[in-house]
Design a protein around this ligand. Structure first.
Ligand code: TMP
Length: 235
């Protein structure tokens, strides 16, 4: 395959064009950032681990009724995906209070929520991905009311599938961030990655954090946690 032109470089991935129209190649990096890139580091082997976890989960999500951009893993750190234009809204689904939600409401982390909570953030590095209300994406023209309803139902369906998937592997899915994109014909697909960078996973028995919070909060054992998740996901 030709190298392909670099189309986009984010904090954790590079996206390249390919010889096939409508198909792009994602290369996952070991780079890690937190707090809107004020904290930077490297998690050794993260690129390969997140690529493998995402490549394992996306076909299962498609079978579970959540259409997504994934096509094929092509190397340790690379996968081919359908090219979409990313909707600039992060959809966060929370099953248990943690992180910014627990802080905002003065809750202890780990409090179970009676129903999943959906939150939206505006994807903007400059602004630090601010939380927005559910009418803002429509008012700003980031998504139509119909599209937003679809993002909601796809995010809840993906969350519900992943809750069961992780639970069967002794992992509690505390919360997760989803991103979506549009094909040229307007079809909405789940996009980006699903990995310990983009969700919180706690060991069911010990409550040990096995996700990026180990990096964010300097808890140590970051690489081991990512390897544990990969092993359980693919077991
Ligand atoms: P939060 O509690 O910090 O708002 O994070 C909620 C979820 O979103 C958590 O699973 C981690 C994920 N997340 C991202 O994927 N990217 C981000 O930039 C942030 C802040 C959180």
């Amino acid at each position: 395959m030709h190298e392909g032109q670099l189309k986009y470089e984010g904090k954790a991935k590079r996206v390249y064009g390919t010889d096939t129209p409508g198909v792009v190649r994602i290369d996952f990096k070991d780079d890690a950032t937190a707090f809107n890139a004020q904290k930077r580091g490297v998690i050794e082997g993260k690129g390969a681990i997140n690529n493998a976890i995402t490549a394992h989960l996306y076909p299962l999500l498609a079978e579970a009724g959540v259409p997504n951009h994934f096509l094929e893993q092509i190397s340790a750190t690379e996968q081919l995906v359908r090219e979409v234009s990313i909707i600039p809204v992060e959809v966060i689904v929370r099953n248990t209070a943690a992180g910014s939600f627990a802080a905002r409401l003065g809750l202890e982390e780990g409090l179970p929520l009676a129903a999943p909570v959906i939150e939206y953030c505006y994807k903007s590095d400059e602004l630090g991905d601010p939380l927005v209300s559910d009418s803002t994406p429509i008012a700003m023209g980031w998504a139509s009311a119909r599209e937003l309803a679809e993002l909601n139902s796809l995010a809840l369906a993906a969350n519900s599938f992943l809750l069961g998937f992780f639970s069967a592997r002794d992992l509690q899915l505390v919360d997760i961030k989803f991103e979506f994109g549009r094909l040229p014909d307007g079809t909405i697909l789940l996009a980006d990655e699903i990995s310990p960078d983009t969700c919180r996973l706690w060991d069911t028995d010990s409550g040990e954090r096995l996700d990026k919070d180990r990096f964010r909060r300097d808890l140590g054992g970051v690489e081991d946690a990512y390897r544990t998740i990969l092993k359980r996901v693919t077991s």
